[in-house]
Design a protein around this ligand. Structure first.
Ligand code: ADP
Ligand code: MG
Length: 737
């Protein structure tokens, strides 16, 4: 059959090979070209059971059997349109009926043509009771089989199960991938031949065949290894290129040893931990380089990251440059500003009578500032009078001119997308790039970090000096009234002892519909049953209800959520900080970084709606001062239900690294660093970030070697193309340039 020639290798549109239905089915997974089709892996495989004899098959059994068609009859159905096709088959030991309810005429013709009398077929399905006391199999899988050893092995091969969207059937997906296999040789081959040979990996064409028509599960795994290695290789090549580019880019050398940083160290009300010292040294040596650093500073909530970052920022100022600290929200930017001014004391008082002679100026720059304040601040930023600037990440996109930006610290990277940091490249003085440090309290396991942010130097803090009190977490079942009562009673006791309570809700108002949970489809394209979450409680209604709870009588209750104006939010946070509010009911706006050392209780309502790292962040809001913290994860799930077990696992683990693994295992890499992130880490398709560590490291070695020998990938055009695609998928605005 004559087929159209592809216009260009690898970019043959699928519409030229497939039916319209198949093309649409794949397009719903964003698979539009032969290249993508060949890399579209089945979700899992079903291995038919060993062949059984019909004589032994009992009602309810899932069976596979080789049988012969004896008889076939069809009748119309009484209660609905369509026909009933019944096929009697036997394997010589017994007889069963294969039953098909068919809505459309052509389907009956299709089955009949494949099931002539005397045909040998292998049939898979569940045995049920038939009409006249016999046994039947409704809608079995079947195919013709040759009665030879190979034929039987073929009949027993694993069946790929593809992910599905609504109105797409496995049959459509199977026929589409089978047709794609015929064109496997036209696809871009990203992995160099020598690499494949050296590692004993199958070629892409072979891998595609193994994935879609494996004879054994081992073959399927072998095919998958190609895709995993290829994915890791492309990612690592991106990182290798970025690192190589950094080495060609000049950056200010932040090397000065004073005066501010040593003065600051003297003023610290505590001694730095060993880890803080060590990481501080490592960071200092990196930003002392004449090329831009990109570092990820990770450590649990309270591990003292901010202090380390501040010391590096002072080093930048000491070296005659500026430093900026970016926070995800205005509330947090303001808090950082307060903290920094507080920690610096007279060192932040440049221009004031009581300022230290070596002092610098610390400026806050947010979108909601009044024009006059903003103009003044901008003047300080542009002139260089402000050594340290604190703002929201809007600063990245705004055309704010710095006199000489040497260091950028980004707090809580999971809100940004790590890749955004590359926007900052242009902001340095005289064509130089500033150094960038991203701080995160959602630690990433080592392999995962290598795979997803492999162009960053990862610096990890393991102690938590700032968590003096510590936090104990409990799961509370809303349906067990006594537990709930005890929880509020406990909150009341803490308030009576002068402490404060956070209550976090999943939404603002109960009048509104919950955000619809994404519908998951099973492999037959049916919607999976709803997990049965109770509607979430809202901030407004919860605050009203708490006002009437006897356990909290007399408590001063405040509310905080994203619909308040900036001033209102500031006011509430200030009241909370000043101890004028006892119970703050809020949405997750307080999730990251809010610092109220006097708060000792964190109650998360409908906790099953929150992610692992969110819950960990939330409980990190208490126990920050001298008082031990208590976190309650209140859930509508029944004890023993999956949601409860999951919450209990979080409650039982305080190690952020173990939690990150738990999270990875449960949700996969896409959600590694939170929901709102973008970038490379959100597009990992095939890699298992926990298990593929050896493979990732091997791919890294190969990719770095390739980029070293051919920095612009002139000899590796297929890799260059794959990188371009990957970056486009990862972040359309940032990376296309
Ligand atoms: P992170 O940003 O990692 O959550 P912070 O730097 O905000 O942590 O520190 C948390 C709290 O611990 C702050 O109140 C900080 O002043 C305090 N802190 C930081 N380092 C130390 C230390 N070495 N000893 C005692 N307290 C510390
Ligand atoms: Mg912090």
């Amino acid at each position: 059959m004559a087929r159209k020639q592809p216009a260009r290798r690898g970019v043959m549109p699928l519409s030229e090979l497939l039916t319209e239905k198949e093309t649409k089915a794949l397009a719903s997974f964003d698979v539009r070209e032969i290249d993508a089709l060949l890399r579209f892996a089945p979700r899992r495989y079903v291995v038919p059971g060993p062949l059984t004899s019909l004589y032994d098959a009992e009602v309810g059994d899932d069976i596979s059997a080789v049988v012969t068609v004896q008889d076939i009859h069809e009748r119309t159905m009484r209660n609905r349109p369509g026909t009933l096709l019944e096929v009697d088959v036997t394997d010589g030991t017994a007889t069963v009926t294969l039953t098909f309810f068919l809505g459309k005429r052509h389907l009956s013709g299709w089955h009949r043509s494949r099931l002539p009398r005397g045909a040998r077929i292998v049939v898979h399905g569940t045995v049920g009771e038939g009409y006249r006391g016999g046994r039947q199999i409704v809608h079995p899988d079947y195919e013709q089989v040759e009665d030879t050893e190979e034929g039987l092995a073929w009949a027993q091969r694993p069946r790929p199960i593809y992910p599905l969207r609504k109105n797409i059937s496995q049959a459509t997906m199977r026929s589409a991938t089978q047709k794609g296999l015929e064109f496997a040789d036209t696809a871009e081959r990203i992995l160099p031949e020598e690499v494949l040979a050296h590692r004993g990996l199958p070629t892409l064409a072979e891998a595609a065949r193994l994935l879609h028509t494996p004879l054994t599960l081992g073959e399927a795994r072998r095919g998958m290894t190609h895709l995993r290695f290829e994915e890791a290789f492309v990612l690592q090549a991106i990182f290798a290129q970025r690192r190589a580019q950094d080495l060609r880019t000049p950056a200010p050398e932040l090397r000065a040893e004073g005066p501010l940083q040593p003065l600051f160290d003297e003023r610290l009300p505590f001694t730095l931990t060993e880890g803080q010292h060590e990481i501080g040294e490592q960071l200092a040596s990196r930003i002392g380089n004449g090329h831009p650093t990109s570092a990820l500073l990770q450590g649990d909530v309270g591990s003292g990251k901010t202090v380390i970052a501040l010391r590096a920022m002072l080093r930048a100022v000491d070296s005659g440059h500026q430093a900026v600290l970016l926070a995800p929200t205005e509330v947090l930017a303001e808090q950082h500003h307060r903290t920094i001014v507080g920690l610096l004391g007279d060192l932040a008082g440049a221009g004031h009578l009581d300022g230290h002679p070596d002092a610098t100026r610390v400026r806050l720059l947010t979108g909601s500032q009044r024009t006059t304040a903003r103009r003044e601040t901008l003047l300080d930023v542009t002139s260089g009078a402000a050594g340290i600037v604190v703002g929201t990440h809007a600063l990245l996109t705004e055309s704010v001119e710095f006199a000489s930006l040497g260091l950028v610290v980004i707090d809580e990277q999971h809100r940004f997308g790590v890749d955004h940091r590359r926007r900052l490249r242009a902001k340095g003085p005289g064509g130089m790039s500033p150094h960038v440090v991203v701080m995160t309290a959602t630690p990433i396991p080592r392999t995962a970090a290598l795979a997803t942010v492999g162009d960053l130097d990862v610096l990890t803090l393991r102690e938590s000096p700032g968590r003096r009190g510590g936090v104990t977490s409990f799961v509370v079942h809303e349906r067990l009234a006594r537990w709930e009562e005890r929880m509020w009673q406990r909150a009341g006791e803490e308030i009576a002892a002068g402490r404060q309570v956070f209550v976090v809700c999943a939404r603002i108002d109960e009048g509104e519909a919950d955000a619809p949970a994404p519908k998951e489809l099973d492999e037959y394209g049916r919607e999976k049953p709803d997990p049965g979450l109770a509607p979430a409680r809202g901030v407004t209604q919860t605050a009203e209800r708490l006002a009437t709870r006897p356990e909290l009588a007399g408590a001063r209750i405040g509310v905080l959520h994203g619909r308040l104006t900036t001033e209102e939010k500031q006011e509430v946070m200030a009241e909370m900080a000043a101890g004028e509010i006892d119970v703050l009911v809020s949405t997750t706006v307080i999730e990251v970084g809010v610092d109220v050392p006097n708060a000792s209780v964190m109650i998360v309502l409908d906790a099953e709606r929150f992610g692992v790292s969110q819950l960990h962040q939330l409980r990190g809001r208490v126990g920050r001062g001298e008082h031990p913290g208590i976190a309650f994860f209140d859930t509508s799930a029944e004890p023993g239900e999956a949601h409860s077990t999951h919450l209990q696992a979080i409650a039982d683990t305080s190690d952020g690294f173990l939690l990150a693994e738990l999270d990875l295992r449960r949700r996969g890499a896409g959600d590694l660093v939170g929901e709102e992130q973008s970038g490379l880490q959100s597009t990992v398709k095939h890699l298992d970030l926990l298990r593929d560590s050896r493979l990732i490291e091997a791919a890294r070695e190969v990719a770095f070697a390739v980029v070293k020998g051919d920095p612009d990938l002139e000899e590796h055009t297929q890799l260059a193309g794959a990188i371009a695609l990957r970056l486009r998928d990862a972040d359309p605005d940032v990376e296309r340039s």
